[in-house]
Write a protein that binds this ligand. Structure first.
Ligand SMILES: *[C@@H]1O[C@H](CO)[C@@H](O)[C@H](O)[C@H]1NC(C)=O
Ligand SMILES: *[C@@H]1O[C@H](CO)[C@@H](O)[C@H](O)[C@H]1NC(C)=O
Ligand SMILES: *[C@@H]1O[C@H](CO)[C@@H](O)[C@H](O)[C@H]1NC(C)=O
Ligand SMILES: *[C@@H]1O[C@H](CO)[C@@H](O)[C@H](O)[C@H]1NC(C)=O
Length: 608
């Protein structure tokens, strides 16, 4: 009887489509309307009939003296007065019944529901056996809760003590169960959300801000919204981010962002937009100055043509994955917009933007302050040479895929280094200590320095970079994956490869007072002593907010505690694969990401 009511509950929770899918594949003969109805609700008439007949049989057995044995104190069953032959037979029967019950789905379900480890299989099976010997549908019984006399039906529920419930009490119990389930789901979602926030580095307590809540509400109901009114642009940007993350930015929702008086468009996922949608952006926003279109695979030559024909005053241009644009149109773009561009960020271009085009770009973009070229496959040595002429540049980020000669990047840094406030270099596997020396001699206004994924630069090179460097102390440092690929090669004659103990100590001596973000993930030759020295009592790094120390095997609870002491402003501590960080106490408001415990919960959340 329990099985049926569970099915009823399940069928209520199931969408009609699921029901249909489940029944579609079965070949069926003519049915009564009732059977059809029951089948449509995932209730099997055969099942009800079988259960009913089983109960009748059980009841019959009961009245003819073949009573199921009652349970004695210690759980064993003994009915005095039985001949040993009879009791043996009964035990055999009982054993088969128990074995059958243990095979049943209902048994598995019950077992999964119980959390109490004391509930072993036998106990559950026996409980079910006893329940089956209860009054049959049609008989009268007293309700376990209200003691009223009522007629047992196949839908009567079992109360908490194993007795049956009248219709009214059955219903209220079902409602309770539903509410508990809803509550449980709510808690789980918020825990998931918690973990998701944690991965984003948000360890906030309490409710979201009112603005953030309203933004979420708007995003949830995006299909009912006809216009945004005059939302300020930072809220529009936030909405665009949320909608992009949910893959909800399409031609319809794009319209909400097209407002003629605004000078900014930020679409973080343009994958669902087509040629005429992009044209519409440029038609309906004549005042555009800042254009940011990511995943914009459908931008073609014709869109560039259209955009260039509208005499827009674009100063900031960020395009991602615009692979249908040919080199000749890139050049036209730079010739026409180049002189007014201040910020240019291009990424994920594998089809066009070759060295020749980059030369044209460098010739035309004479007022460029910020340039970012990430994963542009065609860029090589000639492009780097051209970049050396960008005298107005203050921020340079390069992430190359093609291998280049070491001299090329040296030339770039030595010629434009003095003005640079940001230098971010990835994809330079050949760069060696000479690059560090050129940075030391050329750069004296850097705020942000990233050198990543290289196994040539040495620890001594890093120490020389930071010793007596005229550059003021840095705010953002990323030396992730500057390490020797060979873990055993610590005593090579040239010294340790990568950012190791000496380099790390001199970095923190040079920049410790101002550093805000530090990424030394995978710099695995920094010793425990070096960490203890850098994060020792009395030292304070007042601005350090984000620290990534992933893949440092020397890291443990003690060192994490020291880091937390020395960095009062820390908000985000990333520690993937730090296997000795076990249960350190993390203060409120700090997000520890990737710690063993946290990882455990994330995996658990994902699979439950
Ligand atoms: C969510 O995280 C905060 C700390 O960031 C914690 O206090 C709170 O109990 C968590 N809530 C849930 C449901 O896990
Ligand atoms: C690091 O560089 C190597 C080659 O030098 C390359 O194969 C690898 O993909 C790079 N890793 C990342 C994360 O960029
Ligand atoms: C350039 O880098 C390669 C590989 O690291 C090295 O063998 C070579 O000597 C370097 N050349 C110069 C001119 O520094
Ligand atoms: C640190 O650098 C690694 C490798 O480049 C990267 O995967 C990781 O996300 C960075 N950490 C932070 C906090 O940005």
């Amino acid at each position: 009887m329990c099985m049926i009511s569970v099915d009823v509950v399940l069928s209520i929770n199931m969408s009609p489509r699921e029901n249909r899918r489940q029944t579609r594949n079965q070949i069926r003969g003519p049915h009564s309307a009732l059977t059809d109805f029951l089948a449509a609700n995932n209730i099997s008439a055969a099942q009800i009939r079988d259960d009913h007949q089983r109960r009748l049989r059980d009841a019959e057995r009961q009245t003819t003296g073949e009573v199921l044995p009652s349970q004695s104190e210690d759980g064993s069953r003994e009915s005095p007065g039985d001949s040993s032959e009879q009791s043996k037979k009964r035990r055999r029967n009982e054993a088969t019944t128990l074995a059958k019950i243990k095979q049943s789905k209902e048994f598995a379900r019950r077992k999964a529901r119980r959390t109490d480890p004391k509930n072993d299989d036998d106990l559950i099976a026996r409980e079910m056996m006893c329940e089956r010997s209860r009054p049959v549908p049609g008989q009268l019984d007293n309700c376990e809760i209200c003691s009223k006399r009522f007629t047992v039906t196949p839908y009567s529920k079992t109360g908490y003590n194993g007795g049956l419930l009248c219709t009214r009490c059955s219903k209220s119990m079902k409602d309770d169960a539903k509410m508990a389930q809803a509550k449980k789901q709510g808690a789980r979602i918020s825990r998931r959300q918690n973990q998701s926030n944690l991965l984003d580095g948000v360890a906030q307590q309490g409710a979201l801000s009112l603005v953030e809540m309203c933004i979420k509400k708007v995003a949830d109901n995006i299909n009912d919204i006809e216009e945004f009114g005059d939302l300020p642009s930072q809220l529009l940007r936030r909405l665009s981010q949320i909608l992009s993350k949910r893959r909800a930015l399409d031609p319809r929702t794009l319209n909400l962002f097209l407002r003629p008086e605004l000078d900014t468009i930020d679409i973080y996922d343009s994958a669902k937009l087509e040629t005429h949608d992009f044209q519409k952006i440029f038609t309906s926003m004549p005042a555009l100055v800042n254009v940011n279109l990511r995943f914009a695979g459908q931008i073609k030559d014709s869109v560039f043509e259209y955009m260039l024909g509208r005499e827009l005053k674009i100063k900031r241009l960020q395009l991602d994955a615009t692979n249908l644009v040919s080199d000749s149109y890139w050049r036209r773009l730079f010739k026409i917009l180049g002189p007014q561009l201040e910020i240019l960020k291009l990424s994920n271009l594998d089809f066009s933007l070759n060295d020749e085009t980059v030369k044209v770009m460098c010739g035309c973009c004479t007022t460029l302050r910020r340039l970012k070229l990430n994963q542009c496959w065609k860029i090589g040595d000639d492009s780097l040479q051209a970049l050396s002429s960008l005298n107005s540049l203050e921020h340079l980020s390069l992430d190359l895929t093609r291998e280049t000669k070491n001299e090329s990047i040296l030339e770039v840094v030595s010629s434009i280094g003095p003005r640079l406030r940001t230098l971010s270099l990835e994809g330079f596997p050949n760069a060696d200590d000479e690059l560090l020396q050129v940075i030391h001699h050329s750069c004296d206004s850097l705020r942000k320095l990233r050198l990543s994924n290289n196994s040539v630069c040495t620890d001594k090179g890093f120490r020389r970079l930071f010793t007596g460097w005229s550059n003021p102390s840095l705010e953002f440092v990323d030396f992730s994956s500057m390490r020797d690929l060979d873990n055993s090669d610590l005593d090579s004659p040239e010294g340790v490869i990568g950012l190791a103990s000496e380099g790390f100590v001199s970095l923190m001596e040079h920049s410790g007072t101002t550093i805000r973000k530090l990424n030394i993930s995978s710099c695995r030759h920094i010793s425990r002593d070096a960490f203890e020295h850098v994060f020792s009592g009395g030292k304070i790094y007042p601005n350090l907010r984000e620290l990534d120390i992933s893949f440092h095997t020397v890291m443990d609870d003690y060192l994490i505690g020291k880091i937390l002491q020395c960095c009062p402003a820390i908000k985000k501590l990333v520690a993937f694969a730090c296997f000795n960080v076990r249960d350190v106490r993390i203060p409120a408001g700090v997000a520890l990401i990737g710690g063993l415990k946290a990882q455990g919960t994330i995996v658990f959340e994902g699979t439950s």
